[in-house]
Design a protein around this ligand. Structure first.
Ligand code: TXA
Ligand code: MG
Length: 316
C-alpha cells in the first residue's frame, strides 16, 4: 500500500468517526468534517473559533453528488458546474433536505464545490458523502496554502493532515449565488468574473451588500496577519520609511535599499499563488506590512480583495 493510499484511508476513517481532517485543495487547505454529521460540523466551528451562523461549503466528488445537496442547481448552476468543476468555484443553490442548518447557518441555500486536487477528490470518492470545509485557519486569519501552515495553526485539533503540497491557485474559490434570476458574485476567487460572464453570456455583477456578514469572506476585516497591513502605490515607496517594515511587491517595483522586501511574481496568477505564504512570512519579519496590490481584473481582483480585507480596521 502506498503512503497516499494509507493516508486517504485514515482520512476517510476519521471522517466516518466524526473527526476533523485537513484536506488539501487547489485553492487553500480545508478543515474538513462529515457534512451530514452535525456534531462533527460543530467541531469545525469550535476549532476555528468561527461564529456558528456562518455557513460552510460542502465539498463533493462530482456534479452528480452536488445535485443531491440541492433542490436544483438551476440552468446557470449546471452551466457553471460543467465549465468549471472540478475547480475553484462555489455555487450557492437552494438546499435539499440533506443540507442541515448546522452547515447552512440556518439559511435555505447551500454552498457546493468540487475541488480540483487529486487527494481531495480521492477522499471524497472513497468517503462517498459531502465534506464541509472552511479554510483551515483560525477565524479572521490568513488562509493556509501548505500542510505546514495547517500544522502550525490547528495541528492539535486535527486527526489527519493530508499533505498535498503547496496549493496551485492560492486564493479561495469564487462564490456565485445562482438562486435568483441573475447571478451574483459573493466572493471573487480562483475563477475570474470575466470567465464567469463569458460562460453564462451575461455580465456577472459583484454583490455589494456588505451587510451580508453571513459570508465571513465578505467581512471587512478578514484574512489578516498579526502585523498591520497597508496597501500602497509604488510612488509611496520612497524614504524615510518606518522601521520594522516589510514590503511585498513585484520585483519590477523599486524599493529603497535597506527595506526588507518579499518578492511576488509579476503575473496575477503567480501573485495569488504566493499571497498567503508571503503574508505569513512578512508577519514573522516585521511589525508593519506594506503591499503593492495588483489591478482589479482577472485573478488580480481576488488578490486585491483579500489584501483590502487584510488591511481593513480590525474589530479588536
Ligand atoms: O476555496 C475555498 O472555497 C475554500 C476551500 C477549502 O474549498 N473554502 C473556504 O471556506 O474558503 P470558508 O468557510 O473560509 O469560506 C466559505 C465562504 C464563506 O464566506 C461562507 O459564508 C460562504 O462561503 N458561504 C457558504 N455557504 C453559503 C451560503 N449558503 N450563502 C452565502 N454564503 C455562503
Ligand atoms: Mg476562510
Amino acid at each position: 500500500m502506498s503512503d497516499s493510499t494509507r493516508d486517504i484511508g485514515q482520512a476517510v476513517a476519521a471522517l466516518r468517526r466524526g473527526g476533523l481532517i485537513a484536506l488539501p485543495t487547489e485553492t487553500v487547505y480545508g478543515l474538513g468534517a462529515d457534512a451530514s454529521n452535525e456534531l462533527a460540523v460543530r467541531r469545525i466551528f469550535a476549532a476555528k473559533g468561527r461564529p456558528s451562523t456562518h455557513p460552510l461549503i460542502v465539498h463533493v466528488a462530482d456534479v452528480v453528488a452536488a445535485r443531491t445537496w440541492a433542490t436544483t442547481l438551476g440552468p446557470m448552476g449546471e452551466q457553471l458546474a460543467a465549465a468549471f468543476w472540478p475547480g475553484p468555484l462555489t455555487l450557492i443553490v437552494k438546499r435539499s433536505a440533506r443540507a442541515s442548518d448546522a452547515v447552512t447557518g440556518g439559511q435555505d441555500t447551500v454552498g457546493l464545490r468540487v475541488p480540483n486536487h487529486h487527494l481531495a477528490l480521492e477522499v471524497l470518492r472513497a468517503f462517498g458523502g459531502g465534506v464541509a470545509a472552511p479554510s483551515a485557519n483560525k477565524f479572521g486569519r490568513v488562509s493556509p496554502t501548505t500542510a505546514q501552515h495547517v500544522r502550525e495553526e490547528l495541528g492539535g485539533e486535527l486527526e489527519v493532515i493530508l499533505d498535498g503540497g503547496p496549493c496551485a491557485v492560492g486564493v479561495e474559490s469564487t462564490i456565485v449565488d445562482v438562486t435568483g434570476s441573475v447571478p451574483r458574485l459573493l466572493r471573487p476567487g480562483g475563477i475570474s468574473l470575466e470567465a464567469l460572464s463569458t460562460t453564462l453570456g451575461v455580465e456577472v455583477k459583484r454583490a455589494e451588500n456588505a451587510t451580508d456578514v453571513r459570508a465571513p469572506g465578505m467581512l471587512a476585516s478578514h484574512y489578516a496577519p498579526r502585523a498591520g497591513v497597508r496597501l500602497v502605490a509604488p510612488s509611496e515607496l520612497v524614504g524615510p520609511l518606518p522601521a520594522r517594515l516589510v514590503v511585498i511587491a513585484r520585483a519590477s517595483i523599486a524599493v529603497p535599499s535597506g527595506v526588507t522586501r518579499l518578492v511576488v511574481p509579476e503575473d496575477d496568477a503567480g501573485f495569488a499563488q504566493v499571497l498567503y505564504a508571503r503574508l505569513r512570512e512578512a508577519d514573522g519579519l516585521g511589525e508593519e506590512i506594506w503591499v503593492v496590490p495588483p489591478d482589479d481584473s482577472g485573478l488580480g481582483r481576488a488578490v486585491a480583495d483579500r489584501l483590502r480585507r487584510a488591511a481593513a480596521p480590525r474589530p479588536h
